[in-house]
Design a protein around this ligand. Structure first.
Ligand SMILES: [Zn+2]
Length: 169
């Protein structure tokens, strides 16, 4: 079973997702780094470091999410994506395939830290919150209202694109 939900575009600085479908995912505490990457690719990803894999699976089911885990005891469940790889690169590749994400598109629809949907924010409100050269060279910004992180179209440096290129297929 694969549950999907529509995503609303958040302003025109954001690139559209490849499909109008956002995967709903829960990622277990062994895979926190993977969770941040999946959010950058537009997935709706919850995590909870205080929950075991089994506990998070219960939560994921109640919330129509697929659990991504490395817990072998959960690998046979139909609504679980068991990742085999030890490396973040391999884990990301496996997840991108499973959830049909486009590794060429950094979606900028969700905060990579806390999963909150980003909202556009007036330029003058971010002047003290971004580096001066960024402020000077960009007109459009988005922010996470939960943690206050500010995003702009080139938030993600070269090495992030290099990582995504390396898992593209
Ligand atoms: Zn945030």
């Amino acid at each position: 079973m694969f549950f999907i939900t529509a995503v609303a575009p958040v302003g025109d600085i954001l690139q559209p997702l490849a499909m109008d479908e956002t995967p709903r995912i829960a990622v277990d505490r062994m895979l926190m780094r993977l969770a941040r990457w999946l959010r950058l690719l537009g997935a709706d990803v919850i995590t909870d470091a205080s929950l075991t894999g089994a506990e998070l699976l219960k939560l994921a089911r109640a919330d129509n999410r697929i659990l991504v885990t490395r817990d072998k005891r959960l690998r046979t469940a139909a609504d679980v994506c068991f990742v085999v790889s030890n490396s973040i690169r391999g884990q990301l590749r496996e997840s991108v395939r499973r959830f049909n994400l486009d590794p060429h598109v950094i979606a900028l629809t969700r905060c990579s830290r806390c999963n909150t949907s980003l909202a556009t924010v007036a330029r003058e409100l971010v002047s003290s919150r971004v580096p001066p050269y960024v402020f000077a060279s960009h007109d459009r910004f988005a922010e996470c209202v939960t943690c206050g992180r500010v995003y702009w179209p080139e938030t993600h440096p070269e090495r992030m694109h290099a990582m995504l290129d390396s898992i593209a297929f």
